[in-house]
Design a protein. Sequence first.
Length: 375
Amino acid sequence: RLNKHTGGVRSFSTCPRLQAVMQAWVIDHYGDNSVFRFTKNAAFPSILYPNEVIVQVHAAALNPLDVNMRGGYGAATMAMKRDPLNINKSGSEFPLILGRDVSGVIMECGLDVAYFKPGDQVWAAIPPWKQGSLSEFVVLSANEVSHKPKSLSHTDAVSIPYVAATAWSALVNTASLNKDNCSKKRILILGGSGGVGTFAIQLLKSWGGHVTVTCSQNAEGLVRSLGADDVVDYSSGSVERKLSAKDKFDVVLDNVGGETEKWASALLRPWSGAKYVTLVTPFLRNTDRLGLADGMMQNFVTIATKAVKHLRTGVHYRWGFFSPSGSALDDVSEMVDAGKIRPVVEKTFSFSQVPQAMEKVEQGHARGKIVVTVV
Ligand code: NDP
């Protein structure tokens, strides 16, 4: 993945850059699904830094974050990431393109990009402060991009990057799990049937962990087919009571949040380094509500208070976050090609059906991922 100076922008010869505009689904303000607008005149992305690449999007996938961002969630933090010096006027993020997963072909490389060349088939999870993949082309840093698994079509591959990068960040970076230390670990995944859950089950099983999953009764077949050892139906009876009757866990990955946080850490083996990691955090809501400075202060106070409270009971409390990582996706790509991880696509929509695809995500009850074919 080392970049070295190569001396020029390189373009995909069969896909010359002739256009200054492209097709995209954009939003011009925050709101419900009616804010989506299809345009043939979206600004074509430009390479501004030497480590960037332009990817021609073949397929995109949706996440709950897209629905939330459509409504303005995280706007304060994203504005700070896009414009740290606060030079632009408010609303300068519009027209905004959503879509966090991309699978496609490298079309153009910046001067310093050595790991990729035009024509390479790649996948990536796009950070939420960047323009997304519901468009024909997207610009990314080369370190966010990875060669896609050879064994998958773009439509299948695109279901993986964002949930993989999130699960990897939460399980590897935050919960300190990896392929060498998982075999004797008991891991509980709260919410196993959605995007993050279906990926996390497979990752942990391929590393030899013992995986218990909570989900609705009608998702049991799916999560078992992905390797879950023990499945608990949360929709009938007390899930807390059912889980309390089981052996203690080394890690809890919480994809559900809310009430679960009140009881889930008690399921961990105390004084053994066990960790509760939740993906459902108030981080962005605090900065949206209180502004950046006060919101960050509130976040610090909340996480510190909870971490200390949990430490007294002998367990660790952590917030997990999506983190873009081309190198993590390289590892995942190998695991996919080795047959250890498979895509879980619930439904595929055409590019003209983006609002319907978003509506499907908004309805909840995901069973894997919603994918949009672009090419
Ligand atoms: P999905 O919508 O794909 O999946 C959520 C799943 O949880 C669905 O299958 C749903 O099915 C199931 N579910 C709902 N309620 C419960 C419950 N009480 N117990 C068990 N299962 C339940 O979401 P993702 O997997 O993509 O993401 C999971 C969460 O993580 C979301 O809240 C998301 O916003 C958050 N997230 C946070 C990130 C971060 O950076 N912090 C990054 C990525 C995701 P059903 O309702 O039928 O049971």
